[in-house]
Design a protein around this ligand. Structure first.
Ligand SMILES: [Zn+2]
Length: 348
């Protein structure tokens, strides 16, 4: 995660600051009006209450601010842990997950379907072992994709790097190949670690070369979005970890509209309900970048506020009209005016 944000920041520096006209300074103004509900007077209990109030919107069917999908209530996950859900036989685990299938992102859904169909064939085999069975078919395919990335870095390095640096690169590759082909006893290949190596390797290079190498390294297949990489990685994990991974991106979370890293306040008037997937993808990036990657976000934010307004008007939830106004205000400021919610249906 840390490496991800380092490289994201690099991306921002090289891609956005240098050659477009976006004025970042506007994203650093405080989002919230300085009233009695912001700043130091707010107690920790009040923040916890605020988080609970926002999360409780999930059970009323309120959808994600960014992608517009329904979300899993984090309380469901805690219940699973307490009830020993993960210790059941694989058939029961998969049946229990059925209710969340439609909420899963596409890769997770594809893996879930794969597990269900393998489970039909091998009913008593753990989820981990089912992934291991599949691993045999796809390992070569993944290695092909990984080799292509190594090849591109190799070609670039051969052309532009000094002999000494090129040799160092060879050592990194050797290590990676040993891990990929299982020639190391205690370590396995990790994309995150590899990008970390390349990041460290490029620190004494000029900026252009460093950025190019890092962007080539980031093309390494990831279990976050690639079927084959998911299967290889999770065939080494426990059934509980596999299930958590299938669910975790769809869980509802608190998004800090103005990121905490940018001094965004930690209280209800800076909170919005968003799925973990979108929350993690945004990290602490400015909201306009999130919108550019999710063009339907303004419409989905409107969809969310319409649902909240209906609940507030009927006094069916734990947030009030003040929250609706603050949400509008905070999103407007953080998005530089791109998200301009219509809250006219709110009964004052
Ligand atoms: Zn979402």
């Amino acid at each position: 995660m840390r490496i991800f944000s380092v490289t994201q920041n690099l991306f921002l520096q090289r891609g956005t600051f240098e050659n477009n006209h976006t004025d970042y300074s506007q994203y650093r103004v405080p989002v919230l009006r300085q009233d009695s509900f912001t700043g130091k007077n707010i107690s920790k209990e009040y923040n916890t209450y605020g988080k609970k109030a926002i999360i409780s919107l999930i059970k009323h069917g309120v959808t994600c601010l960014c992608c517009g999908k329904k979300m899993i209530d984090p309380a469901d996950i805690s219940k699973m842990e307490k009830s020993g859900f993960f210790n059941q036989n694989p058939k029961l685990i998969l049946t229990g997950l059925k209710q969340y299938e439609d909420l899963m992102p596409s890769l997770e859904k594809r893996i879930y379907k794969l597990l269900c169909s393998l489970n039909e064939k091998y009913p008593n085999i753990s989820l981990k072992k089912l992934l291991k069975i599949k691993k045999v078919d796809i390992e070569t395919k993944l290695i092909d994709k990984q080799s292509k990335v190594f090849g591109n870095i190799y070609n670039y390095g051969k052309k532009y790097l000094s002999d000494e640096k090129f040799e160092q690169l060879g050592e990194i590759f050797q290590e990676c190949y040993d891990e990929i082909y299982g020639r190391k006893l205690h370590t396995t290949f990790s994309r995150k670690k590899f990008i970390g190596f390349i990041y460290l390797f490029t620190r004494d290079l000029d900026k252009k070369q460093a950025n190019k190498l890092i962007s080539l390294a980031e093309k390494m297949p990831s279990s976050k979005d690639m079927y084959e990489a998911f299967i290889i990685k999770y065939s080494r994990k426990s059934d509980k970890e596999i299930v958590m991974r299938l669910l975790q991106r769809s869980v509802g979370t608190i998004e800090h509209i103005k990121p905490k890293a940018e001094d965004g306040s930690d209280n209800i008037y800076n909170y919005a309900l968003e799925c973990a997937n979108d929350n993690w993808n945004r990290s602490s990036n400015p909201m306009f970048l999130q919108i550019s990657q999710n063009p339907k976000m303004p419409a989905n934010a409107q969809k969310q506020v319409n649902q909240i307004i209906e609940l507030v008007n009927q006094k069916k939830c734990n947030v009030d009209g003040k929250y609706v106004h603050a949400l509008k205000d905070a999103l407007y400021r953080e998005s530089g005016g791109i998200i301009n919610l219509d809250i006219s249906k709110l009964k004052e």
